[in-house]
Design a protein around this ligand. Structure first.
Ligand code: BEZ
Length: 255
């Protein structure tokens, strides 16, 4: 995640990110006084719920805008800016490794994933748990296809900045880095976007900002209208846009 994040828009229009993350908290079931690392904590809503379970939690995010908002939202909790591919206990001034790492809707932004797996492994105690959810294989393919088609027809560059692995690929990657995978699930979760007709546009402004950076401001509405025309058949239902999310959920242990 980079500092192009708009933390206020994120928390006012994309609450579904942490609302769906509550299911993942049930897999975490943090023990009172256990030490949990929340990787890619965004504006801190799930970090706060982990703290409510009685655990001591540190929220990390690569975006200083997200961390500033998280700290403002939850001033008694601990947050820090850190890059998942390079962080270490030493860089966080911590001596004791964590009992568990929790990560919701963040690891698909992190490349290379091998480095993230290595850093997560190093930050856990032996026997420590990794509980994560991220975009999995096929995630947002409808949004990606419509956007790519419009950008190409406009002669503009298209990028796919995410990592959406299959269940087998990600399980293997974790196991190659010393984890034992106990549970892995890949499932579709069409996700209703807020703001009615503006839902898809808002989603792209928040999460696909790179797609619109070469489009002059005065052509944004034309661009969004073309993307909407292409996506409507599959992603517009019951007067709302649905992002075609595919989730990968994993529970793994450090051996
Ligand atoms: C996701 O949570 O799957 C996601 C969010 C933003 C961009 C790409 C994927």
């Amino acid at each position: 995640m980079t500092d192009s994040w708009n933390a206020q828009r994120y928390q006012s229009q994309h609450a579904f990110v942490w609302e769906y993350g509550r299911g993942l908290l049930e897999l975490l079931k943090a023990q009172p006084r256990s030490r949990i690392l929340d990787l890619g904590c965004g504006t801190g809503q799930l970090t706060a719920q982990i703290a409510e379970q009685g655990a001591t939690v540190l929220g990390l995010d690569a975006s200083s805008a997200m961390i500033a908002q998280a700290q403002e939202n939850f001033p008694t909790l601990e947050f820090a800016v850190a890059d998942v591919t390079t962080f270490s206990l030493a860089s966080l001034n911590i001596t004791e490794p964590f009992d568990a790492i929790f990560s919701n809707a963040a690891l698909h932004w992190i490349k290379p994933p091998e480095q993230a797996a290595e850093r997560m492994f190093a930050a856990l105690k032996p026997g420590g748990r990794l509980i994560l959810e991220m975009g999995g294989y096929g995630n947002i393919s409808g949004i990606v296809q419509a956007t790519q088609q419009v950008l190409q027809s406009w002669g503009l560059p298209f990028s796919h900045p995410w990592y959406f692995p299959s269940l087998g690929e990600y399980s293997q990657l974790l196991e190659q880095h010393g984890f034992r995978v106990q549970m892995a699930q890949l499932f579709s979760r069409p996700t209703r976007l807020e703001a009615g007709r503006l839902g898809l546009e808002n989603w792209i402004r928040q999460f696909g900002a790179a797609w619109i950076e070469h489009i002059p401001l005065e052509r944004h509405s034309e661009f969004f209208a073309e993307v909407a025309d292409l996506a409507r058949g599959t992603l517009w239902q019951e007067e709302a846009w649905f992002a075609d999310y595919v989730r990968l959920r994993v529970v793994a242990h450090k051996l």
